[in-house]
Design a protein around this ligand. Structure first.
Ligand code: M6R
Length: 610
């Protein structure tokens, strides 16, 4: 979704804004722009399309200046064209503003401002803010006061940054529901919608909280509440290094992140497994663990890929911990008045920690007095801060829009939680040790699957022109089928459906013919024989079968058109190895179809609007 960068300091702002926006490209966007202040006033340049369209501006001498703001827009109100791109201005053209989020009452505000004589240029909700602040400035308010007072009238979400030619020595920023983080350099400050644009300049950061306004001068930062009280903030150190947010020789971030999984899984499990006791330690939930252990039921809530990880968590918790679990789409949970209470525990799962629906679900659960745990990747994110306790993935920044390494780390965290809770409730130390041992072997097994990527690539080439795919799995591999199908549709734009394999007979079987490849996740586990029967049913109807099977399974060769082998592991950990070939299959099919893999059309990395 939209991205923000602002700079105030002693260096030329435009290259810093340009490179900062580049670091935000992964979030997904359709237009970009920036504004700088210099002795000639405010200069604004914006264009539809990619940031590269702005490259020529790096040499534009009219754009000198050491204060500026930049934006990548993902269209919500109004199509992605030059006029609707940010920054937006007021009637005077002296104020420039960039905004992430949605102003829900923009229509009423806009009507009111038009009645007062304001002239709007764009169709966006954002432009309303410019005119609203202008109204207060006309009454003699400073820019800061205008922003604070204006926001008092606003319903909706925002991370916004504003500059004015009338106060050319400051940047004002405000946050409600859309993240902003300040980077502290030497005699310079940056502000951005996430840490990616800051890392090249500083690792010292301050995260703004909802309801806060930051005033950045050249040499000082003050944070206030919207009602004008000073807020003391701390400076935190982010430990991301620049190589983690670069492609490192890979063609795409997605491939880099797929290939990183042996390492990211190691990072996720590091220091958390206790072999001798056959259990685990998770510092972030230790003091609240009783509420999990004695919960009447667990509700896992998430969106997209994180929701698929939640489904695997359901299978694990119910089988090995013995607590009833429900998995809810956060977008449904937040509106359907779920029955919760102090004996239900909610676990929110998110890579970004900023997904609007998941955040709203957390708030709803807290309102209903449930304890809320978080499983998320981005340190300091809204979800990490709004949950009562939680576990970080430690998978490192995930830049590719299609989530890969975060998924495997989510499943791994859920398996470690299962081990920890299961050992208190139902599991013997012997069983616990078996699980620990098998978890430790997973990175090596994932490496083995990755080594086989040329075979997956060849299969991708064979199937690249298909228009539909079906993905089928049972038990722990059913959510893997859903996730495999999601990966394919996200990046290759091929229609794909995931189903529990036995459900095929209840409808999807009507689709089976030569033009409908079926990907079966058919590992040798408790439902293996059942899934072989499902494969037979597809073959009987001339369907083409790609099977993900356990190493050494000769039987399946006789049935499937293509077999991709994965190493054997215990049933609960199967998804960690079976998802890898499906990530690779989606990736290579998208490569053959020449798709924009890291920034697929219409998608955003973190969905911060409803
Ligand atoms: O950051 P989150 O895990 O909360 O994001 C949830 C979904 O938006 C995300 O998983 C989405 O489905 C991905 N594009 C999947 O690849």
């Amino acid at each position: 979704m939209c991205g923000i960068v602002g700079y105030i300091g002693y260096q030329a702002a435009v290259p810093i804004l340009f490179n900062g926006l580049r670091r935000l490209e992964y979030r997904g966007y359709d237009s970009a722009g920036f504004a700088v202040l210099n002795s000639h006033g405010l200069k604004i340049r914006k264009r539809p399309g990619k940031i590269s369209q702005l490259k020529d501006l790096l040499n534009d001498t009219a754009l000198t200046g050491t204060i500026g703001i930049g934006h990548t827009r993902w269209a919500t109100h109004g199509e992605p064209n030059q006029v609707n791109a940010h920054p937006h201005t007021d009637c005077s053209g002296r104020l420039a503003l960039v905004h992430n989020g949605i102003i829900e009452n923009y229509s009423a505000l806009r009507k009111d401002l038009i009645a007062k004589g304001h002239v709007f240029k764009s169709e966006t909700d954002t432009e309303t803010l410019c005119h609203l602040f202008e109204e207060y400035i006309k009454t003699g308010c400073s820019l800061e006061a205008a922003v604070r007072k204006g926001l008092g009238q606003v319903v909706g979400t925002y991370g916004l940054v504003v500059i004015s030619a009338d106060e050319p020595d400051c940047i004002i920023a405000a946050r409600k529901g859309s993240p902003l983080v300040i980077g502290h350099g030497k005699n310079e400050y940056l502000i951005a919608s996430d840490t990616a644009p800051l890392i090249a300049h500083t690792s010292d950061v301050t995260f703004l909280d909802d309801g806060e306004v930051a005033i950045l001068h050249n040499g000082s930062v003050v944070v206030k509440s919207i009602d004008d009280r000073i807020v003391e903030k701390c400076v935190e150190v982010v430990d991301t290094d620049i190589s983690q947010i670069e492609k490192g020789g890979y063609a795409h971030f997605m491939l880099k992140e797929i290939m990183e999984q042996p390492q990211t899984l190691m990072d996720t499990m590091r220091g958390r497994l206790l072999m001798e006791e056959g259990t685990a330690r998770l510092g972030g939930i230790q003091k609240d663990i009783d509420s999990l252990l004695f919960a009447r039921r667990l509700v896992l809530t998430a969106c997209g890929t994180s929701w698929h990880a939640g489904l695997i968590g359901e299978y694990m918790f119910e089988e090995l911990v013995g607590i009833p679990v429900e998995v809810e789409y956060a977008s449904e949970f937040r509106y359907r008045d779920p029955i919760l209470g102090s004996d239900s525990v909610v676990i929110a799962i998110s890579q970004s920690g900023e997904t609007a629906d998941t955040l709203a679900a957390i708030r709803e659960a807290k309102r209903k007095r449930s304890k809320v745990f978080g499983i998320c990747n981005v340190v300091g994110s809204s979800i990490a801060r709004e949950t009562d306790a939680g576990v970080y993935l430690h998978a490192g920044p995930e830049i590719g829009v299609a989530s890969t390494k975060a998924f495997t780390s989510q499943v791994l965290v859920l398996s470690i939680m299962t081990l920890l809770l299961g050992r208190v409730r139902t599991l013997s130390s012997i069983r616990g040790r078996e699980i620990v041992q098998e978890i430790k072997r997973i990175p090596e097994k994932v490496s083995q699957v990755l080594e086989n990527r040329e075979q997956v690539k060849a299969i991708a080439e064979e199937y690249k022109d298909m228009r539909n795919f079906l993905y089928l799995g049972r038990g722990y591999n059913f959510p893997v089928a859903l996730e495999g199908a999601l990966k394919l549709k996200e990046i290759s734009y091929i229609h794909a459906e995931g189903y529990p394999a036995a459900e095929m007979k209840h409808g999807p079987i009507a689709l089976i013919d030569k033009a409908m490849p079926v990907v079966f996740i058919a590992t040798q586990d408790s439902v293996y024989d059942k899934i072989l029967s499902n494969i037979e049913e597809v073959k009987a109807r001339q369907g083409r079968v790609i099977a993900i099977a356990t190493e050494g399974d000769a039987e399946i060769q006789k049935l499937a058109d293509n077999v991709i082998y994965v190493p054997k592991t215990i049933e609960m950990l199967n998804p960690l190895v079976t998802i890898i070939p499906l990530q690779l299959l989606a990736y290579y099919i998208a490569v053959f179809r020449k798709c924009d893999i890291d920034q697929p059309r219409n998608l955003a990395k973190s969905v911060t609007v409803e």
